[in-house]
Write a protein that binds this ligand. Structure first.
Ligand SMILES: NC(=O)c1ccc[n+]([C@@H]2O[C@H](COP(=O)([O-])OP(=O)(O)OC[C@H]3O[C@@H](n4cnc5c(N)ncnc54)[C@H](O)[C@@H]3O)[C@@H](O)[C@H]2O)c1
Length: 399
């Protein structure tokens, strides 16, 4: 039996996927409300294919509880935020989960850390709290919200283990459902690869964001420039945006900056560039208002609260950062609408799209949900500032 610890965006789909492929799984989360929701037959977040997977896993006998189980294999998928001041990984959730496992697990058990950690974290923080006869494995997760179920099935995976045989055993466990290639390596390499993958993305996004700023300075079309550059056989520039957000690309590269402050210079600058995008957007809103003689901030509305399209994940959301920036300047936050959020997350949030449009002259597209793409014609008589390059009306403002 596998005990999955932490049933959030990563732990829940992983537990469900294993259970629906014939592995006996118990999912444990210390959030009792979350466990009650799952036991009442409901998933806890929106994700394509998750409800179907949930139904399959229930049929296969998955159990949810707040209790840690006595078993020989644990998968830990608890959060690993970073300390905003030191930029170092905050290991307290991982260490707490591993300590609780140690209270119940038998000798010879294997603990698989799926949570993303910076290189050396397992040696420094996890190894000291595990017993000598416990096997340690690091199996970082790569899936992206919005396409999690597909990617769980198809992505390649990395397994880092002290002992090759244990690594192979855990590889077999993931191979129950994973159709991608599974590489077995050592723990430190596995830690580093995960953080490096997200850092690669962050640096490349920062390059696109920096181009957007340069092009804006001299009124050039960054999208046209990127499109043409990408026709070069060895150039592949990403798209700029209003900020990064999410729990990986906007977080993990800071681990390297925190651990290697005098070496990780490009990474440091890239993260600052990305983090500066919500303020860049706010400044551009101000310019567009001036150009259109809009004096009332009440007539400006932000579309989208999540950090990316078609998900209900608002962690590190650029929209929320933009609103916080306004609040820091003692301004009244702009109105916001996002079809994925039924509850109020920010002060001036609308829940009716039509009413939001009625009260708005300047619509700022922060997220390109399918919902806005399908309703784009309703923005025909609005001033549109499109930070995602998804609206092709003449006169649309862009980054
Ligand atoms: N969300 C992503 O897109 C993504 C992608 C790849 C990797 N990751 C990594 O996966 C890890 C988990 O991220 P997430 O997005 O699933 O986080 P999350 O916040 O959605 O879920 C974590 C869950 O762990 C539970 N928890 C925390 N401490 C616990 C403990 N001691 N015992 C039992 N339950 C506990 C929380 O209640 C929560 O439900 C992180 O390290 C993250 O960096 C996330």
């Amino acid at each position: 039996m596998i005990n999955v610890i932490g049933l959030g965006y990563i732990g829940l789909p992983t537990a469900l996927m294993m259970a629906s492929h014939g592995v006996e799984v118990v999912g444990t989360d210390y959030n009792k409300e979350l466990v009650a929701t799952l036991n009442a037959g409901h998933t806890t977040f929106k994700e394509d294919g998750l409800d179907e997977l949930f139904a399959d896993a229930i049929k296969a006998g998955i159990k949810f509880t707040s209790e840690y189980q006595v078993t020989d294999t644990y998968i830990v998928s608890v959060p690993t935020p970073y300390d905003k001041f030191s930029k170092k990984v905050d290991t307290r959730y991982v260490v707490a989960a591993v300590k609780t496992i140690m209270d119940v697990c038998p000798r010879g058990a294997t603990v698989v850390i799926e949570s993303t950690v910076s290189p050396g974290t397992i040696d420094k923080y996890v190894r000291p709290v595990i017993g000598k006869d416990i096997n340690l494995v690091h199996a970082p997760e790569r899936i992206i919200p919005g396409n999690m179920v597909y990617e769980l099935l198809h992505n390649n995976r990395t397994i880092g283990a002290d002992d090759k045989d244990i690594g192979e055993k855990i590889k077999e466990l993931y191979a129950f459902f994973c159709r991608g290639e599974i590489v077995v390596t050592d723990i430190r390499t596995a830690e580093m690869t995960k953080v490096v993958e997200n850092t690669f993305r962050a640096v490349n996004i920062a390059f696109a964001n920096e181009l957007a700023k340069i092009c804006r300075h001299d009124n050039m079309d960054v999208y046209e420039i990127i499109k043409i550059c990408n026709m070069h056989p060895r150039v592949n520039i990403l798209q700029p945006g209003p900020g990064v957000g999410g729990h990986c690309i906007s977080v993990d590269p800071w681990f390297l900056v925190g651990d290697y402050p005098s070496l990780a210079k490009v990474i440091d600058e890239s993260m600052k560039t990305n983090d500066g995008m919500p303020d860049f957007v706010l400044n551009r809103i101000y310019e567009i208002m001036k150009e259109n003689k809009i004096t009332d901030f009440n007539r400006v509305g932000l579309y989208g609260l999540s950090y990316k399209e078609n998900v209900d994940d608002s962690r590190e959301s650029p929209t929320i950062q933009l609103i916080e920036s306004q609040e820091r300047h003692l301004a009244v936050p702009l109105k916001v609408y996002d079809p994925f959020f039924a509850n109020d997350l920010v002060p001036n949030q609308y829940h009716d799209f039509e009413k939001f449009l009625e009260d708005t002259d300047l619509v700022v597209i922060m997220v390109n949900h399918n919902q806005i793409k399908e309703n784009m014609d309703k923005l025909k008589d609005k001033i549109v500032f499109d930070t995602r390059n998804c609206c092709d009306f003449p006169g649309t403002y862009r980054l």
